[in-house]
Design a protein. Sequence first.
Length: 257
Amino acid sequence: MGNSKRQKPSESTWRHDIPGTPLELGEHIWLYGYHAVLAALANPQRQKHRLVVTPKTFLETFNSIEPEIMDRSKIDRLLPTGVVHQGIALLTSPLPKISLKNLLDHTSNKSIIIALDQANDPRNIGAVLRSASAFQADAVIIPERYSPQATSVLAKSASGALEKTPLIRVTNLARTLEQLKKVGYWCAGLVPDAKQTLAEAKLSGNIVLILGAEGKGIRRLTRDRCDYLLRIPIDREMESLNISAAAAISLYELNRI
C-alpha cells in the first residue's frame, strides 16, 4: 500500500505531446485496467508514452513510477465510452511484431502453440491468450485477414497475457501449419464430429492446437492440414463451446498428459 503523505509527482515525467482521444491514436493505443497496464509497464518491449491514474489508484498501486494524476472523469474522456479502466490507463506503441522464425528459435522440446481459425472477436482472442499464458503455451497464431488488431479491448481481455505470450499474425494459416509440421509439430484440430477425444489421443511432442470460432469451426483447408481431428466430449445438446473455453480445457488436458 502507498503512503498517503506522498507528493503529487512531477508532470514532466511522461510525454504530454500526444493528446488523448477516445479512438486509437494512429500508431499509439490506450491500454486500461490494472492487469493490462501493470503487465505493459513491466514489459521492456513495450514503448510507453503516457500513464494516467486517479489519486486513489496512485496511492494503492505505485511506489516508484510517477504517473499523471487526474480525476476519473478526465480519464473517462481519454478512453472509449463505458470502458472499465479501474482508474489507470497507459498510452503505448504496439508491441514489435514477432515472426514465426523468431518464435521457433526460442521454443522448447515440448512446445504447444495455439492457432485460431476464423476467430474475430477481440475479447475471445484476449481470453485465449490469457489461457495460453496460464498454461505456458509458446504463442497464439491468428490469420492476418479478418482478425482484430491487438487493441485495448483485446489487451484488457488478455489481462496482462498480451505482454507475456506472443500473438503472431500470419498471411496464410494453412501454409503456416505446413511449415510447423516440417519442423516437427503435430497439428491437432478440434472439431465437433471427430471420433476421438483429445484425452484419448494422448498427444505428445510439439503440438499445434487448432481451434475455430464458435459455430463456424475450422475451415476445410485448415482441417486438411491436421494430423489429428479431435473433440472435447460435451453434452450432445450443446453444439460447441466458446473458443476461449475450448482453449482452456484443451490446454489443461495437454498439460495433464
